[in-house]
Design a protein around this ligand. Structure first.
Ligand code: HEM
Length: 113
């Protein structure tokens, strides 16, 4: 498949995953639980599939940065269930989201290892 398609799917899924994660943190009410859990689950899967597709298509010299991004994606995926379980920790969850996003973006553009 054309790597640009993987790129579009990857970036769009990341953006929507972030949007729905923040929605879960901002409004962790029962009425949102099922829909947001399902959406963030599907989106993180798309982030992985398109990310590995991009990785398979590219010729990268190192692997470390991808491993770090995988960990970032797992942490991001865990925030929605945590938002519903511990709504009182919303401030902390937002900070974690900002840090993992910054790390993932740094990894892709600098590929330090
Ligand atoms: C927190 C989660 C993630 C964020 C925020 C993120 C973000 C991004 C962004 C912004 C790009 C640049 C797209 C472009 O320039 O076309 C990108 C590319 C890429 N991502 Fe991710 N990503 C995440 C997770 C993952 C995961 C889990 C994988 C691997 C399974 C992955 C593998 C890749 C690869 C291989 C590229 C292409 C790099 C290149 O062409 O230089 N990403 N990602």
């Amino acid at each position: 498949m054309n790597p640009v398609i993987y790129s579009v799917v990857h970036v769009l899924s990341v953006m929507l995953l972030v949007a729905f994660t923040f929605q879960a943190i901002a409004a962790p009410v029962e009425a949102n639980r099922k829909r947001l859990s399902m959406l963030t689950g599907i989106l993180v899967l798309l982030v992985f599939v398109a990310g590995f597709g991009l990785f398979a298509k590219g010729e990268f010299e190192s692997l470390g940065w991808v491993v770090v991004k995988v960990v970032c994606a797992f942490v991001l995926a865990a925030l929605t269930p945590m938002a519903f379980k511990r709504p009182e920790r919303s401030g902390r969850l937002v900070s974690v989201a900002v840090v993992v996003l910054a790390v993932a973006i740094y990894m892709v553009y600098f590929k330090p290892f």
